[in-house]
Design a protein around this ligand. Structure first.
Ligand code: GNR
Ligand code: NI
Length: 167
């Protein structure tokens, strides 16, 4: 297993659309293991392959307290979204920024598991929010894009300044 570097906003590679995974093979399983390690180490509750510069439809999520309930979503598709809820979001690709975003309250997601088997899951609450946040990544979208242009400019400036200090 290895830790993977996480791309940071406004890196244009975060805007790429991820390709569907054709076959869930050993290579994909290794990517999932590396993504899980990277997510736990960060630490975060989710990670999309896009964030580690792999443009395939692969997502890992673990919202459990004890960090022992890894969920893997390959080729996830939100088939239904209901209700709406506001919540504070953060993103490993936009470090130090937390802003309120409105999302659907419940989603139905169809995906493949690590065995390539089709699954359907109904999710609500934080898991539903996280699934939406991660599927957005696969479509090249970041949570900051739901904010005003002014806020987006300020966030870019803040991260650029931080990048200069840490460079
Ligand atoms: O760690 C994360 N926390 C989080 C909090 C609220 C809504 C979404 C998230 S996902 C984020 C990790 C991440 O950047 N995933 O892409
Ligand atoms: Ni994110």
């Amino acid at each position: 297993m290895s830790l993977l570097p996480i791309l940071r906003y406004p890196d244009q590679r975060l805007a790429k659309k991820a390709q569907a995974v054709a076959v869930v093979d050993e290579k994909i399983r290794r990517l999932v293991a590396d993504m899980a390690e990277t997510m736990y180490e960060a630490p975060g509750i989710g990670l999309a392959a896009t964030q580690v510069d792999v443009h395939l439809q692969v997502v890992v999520i673990d919202i459990s307290e004890d960090k022992n309930e890894l969920r893997v979503f390959i080729n996830p598709k939100i088939e239904e979204a209901e209700g709406s809820c506001e919540g504070e979001e953060g993103c490993l690709s936009v470090p130090g920024v937390y802003e309120t975003v409105t999302r659907a309250e419940r989603v139905t997601v169809r995906f493949q598991d690590l065995d390539g088997k089709e699954q359907v899951l109904k999710a609500e609450g934080l898991l539903a929010v996280c699934i939406q946040h991660e599927t957005d990544h696969l479509n090249g979208k970041l949570f900051v894009q739901y904010l005003s242009q002014l806020k987006q400019s300020r966030i870019k400036a803040k991260l650029a300044k931080k990048a200069r200090i840490t460079a």
